[in-house]
Design a protein around this ligand. Structure first.
Ligand code: ATP
Length: 598
């Protein structure tokens, strides 16, 4: 199946045209490379022809000076041809790299703007492959694929024309083994192509396996699963080797076969010339010798591109398959649409959820008829069992996902009418599982926004009482956070993300409280930071701490995507309903110890 579609791809001219459209800014370079290919094709048969002339005319007549002159011309021609060949290779590689650079920016830009739901559907590894490996294959279309193929075909054509023009009989005889090479090339191409697809799949499997297992190493080791996982790895690795060996096998058979065919061609040529020479005069025999020598050179020139053309077709084919995949990402219409351009300098922070219905997939609603309002400066706690829809509510507010029914308003304006950037800059988010990028603490706080001065970061950190904690880290704000912040504890990571949220002075703060138990000192630090953060702002907190819930102006109790109850802690306890039960189940224990239970 994959093979059939790959075969089709090579002749998919619409796709090819689109690939070349990416190179439109470098049109001049493309024309230049094609021009150079034509020049090379013209140059190829000249030197053998000159040798023939030398033998026929000058050696026969003993014109030594002319022989020296021709040799010099040959050397000059060789130098020019080498120069052109160098420039041709350089320019096609340059083209490929320039296209890669442009395309990668385009694809990454597109990925940045995709709706979050796309990332739920597409494995991250796939998107990584699109931005890295597939685009690299498109590079090959230029550097090793189409343009070099055109160059090779033109060379082959021009050599064939000259051969037939010089002596069509000799050409026919020496080219009689030609069909064999076409058959051999076909089989070689098919076999290598199959192996390449296998190699690619094996590489993808290896990448995915290693990436996933390095990330989850703690689980692998904790559950003593090293042995099993290692066996699995060895299996994938073996498949990778086998696929490569198959490809190498095809090469090892093909190249000697081409050599044999070339030898047979040369043999036939010499045999024919020898049998003819017997009946010729000395002059005619010398002329025939000249032709024979030039034909031996023509044959060598002809076989040189033939050896690699099958490979180049494979490269082109792979490039086309890859480009189709990349275009699929570029054509994805599920990007964040900014209908609105409302961008107020300040917002008060009033939030309204008006009969909101939301589903991640089709019509499996995870939020049903959610209806509540928050006045500016109020703190609202969202509570409910796991999976009840708390995270979904906060994801909707800054349009990470789009709702199906109802309306969400901030300051009485529908969130869709805001420009996405303005909307998101008004909402500060602190998630429970804080994602840190590899880089310094400073970079992680500012997200590399150079407009935020050091002073301001320190001020914010002091305000929420985190400055001293950061200064304790080796290097302070320059402390290098390893990948995903693995060298910091959950609590420490959350403290960093508090500063991140505060810097943008949001009018609304969304907070997913950490559930893991942390030591009392950090607990106090975090509690103080949260209190400072929410003062004077609207806050929506997915609350796991009884203390936070108690302080909330309003508690929204969720169950299976619906609001069960709403009110203050005391009101809800007095009600003796869902919250009261939840409270006795989950939060009562916290009275004794600050342990958070989900
Ligand atoms: N990206 C997603 N794609 C599809 N379904 C999802 C996605 N995220 C969450 N869900 C589903 O939506 C429902 C609500 O999930 P949500 O994460 O909002 O619950 P929650 O109350 O925050 O849970 P928890 O307390 O465990 O974080 C769950 O049934 C969950 O399986």
């Amino acid at each position: 199946m994959a093979e059939a579609s790959a075969k089709k791809k090579i002749f998919d001219f619409a796709l090819l045209r689109r690939v070349f459209q990416i190179a439109a800014p470098y049109k001049k370079k493309i024309y230049l490379s094609i021009f150079l290919a034509i020049l090379l094709a013209i140059f190829s048969p000249i030197r053998p022809y000159l040798i023939q002339l030398t033998v026929n005319k000058y050696i026969k007549n003993g014109l030594l000076q002319m022989i020296v002159d021709i040799t010099i011309i040959q050397m000059v021609l060789l130098l020019i041809e080498t120069g052109i060949r160098f420039y041709f290779s350089f320019i096609t590689a340059w083209l490929g790299q320039s296209v890669v650079k442009d395309l990668r920016v385009k694809v990454y830009d597109k990925i940045l703007g995709l709706n979050l739901s796309q990332f739920d559907k597409t494995p991250i590894g796939t998107l990584t492959t699109r931005t890295i490996n597939d685009i690299e294959s498109i590079n090959d279309i230029f550097s090793d694929g189409l343009i070099p193929i055109i160059g090779d075909l033109l060379s082959i054509l021009s050599i064939l024309i000259v051969m037939f023009w010089v002596d069509w009989k000799l050409a026919l005889i020496s080219l009689s083994p030609f069909p064999f090479i076409i058959v051999a090339t076909y089989f070689f191409k098919e076999s290598v192509n199959k192996s390449f697809i296998m190699v690619r799949n094996a590489v993808a499997a290896l990448n995915a396996f290693v990436q996933e297992h390095l990330t989850g190493m703690a689980i692998v080791q904790a559950f003593a699963a090293e042995e099993r996982e290692f066996t699995k790895f060895k299996k994938i690795n073996r498949e990778h080797r086998n696929a490569n060996i198959k490809a190498i096998f095809a090469y090892s058979v093909f190249f000697p076969v081409v050599e044999i065919i070339l030898a047979v061609s040369t043999g036939l040529l010499v045999w024919w010339a020898a049998t003819q020479a017997m009946n010729l005069s000395a002059d005619q025999a010398l002329a025939l010798t000249g032709k024979m020598i030039s034909f031996i050179l023509y044959l060598n020139l002809l076989f040189r591109p033939l050896r690699v053309i099958a490979d180049k077709f494979n490269v082109l084919q792979m490039g086309m398959v890859a480009s189709e995949r990349v275009f699929k990402v570029l054509d994805n219409q599920d990007y964040i649409k900014t209908q609105g351009n409302y961008a107020p300098a300040q917002t008060k922070g009033k939030v309204d959820f008006d009969k909101v219905w939301f589903s991640y997939v089709d019509d499996k609603y995870v939020l049903k008829n959610i209806d509540f309002n928050i006045q500016p400066g109020e703190t609202v706690a969202l509570v409910g069992h796991t999976g009840s829809g708390k995270t979904s509510i906060i994801s909707l507010l800054n349009r990470l996902y789009s709702i199906q029914k109802g309306e969400i308003k901030i300051d009485d304006v529908n969130i869709n009418d805001y420009s996405v950037e303005a909307l998101r800059s008004k909402i500060g988010i602190v998630l429970q599982d804080v994602f840190l990028f590899s880089g310094s603490v400073m970079d992680n706080i500012t997200l590399r926004n150079k407009d935020i001065p050091y002073q301001k970061v320190e001020e914010a950190a002091r305000l929420i009482g985190v400055h001293d904690f950061i200064m304790q880290l080796p290097g302070g704000y320059d402390y290098n956070v390893m990948e995903r912040g693995s060298t910091l504890s959950m609590g420490q990571r959350q403290l960093i993300s508090f500063i991140r949220a505060l810097l943008y002075e949001p009018s609304i703060l969304v907070l997913d409280e950490a559930t893991s138990s942390i030591d009392t000192e950090s607990e106090q630090l975090i509690q103080h930071a949260i209190d400072t953060l929410i003062t004077g702002r609207t806050a929506i907190v997915i609350a796991h701490r009884l203390s936070t819930i108690r302080k909330a102006d309003k508690i929204i109790v969720l169950d299976k995507g619906e609001i069960k109850e709403m009110g203050t802690h005391d009101e809800l306890l007095n009600l003796g309903g869902f919250y009261a039960k939840l409270h006795s189940l989950q939060f009562e224990k916290q009275k004794a110890a600050p342990v958070q239970i989900r």
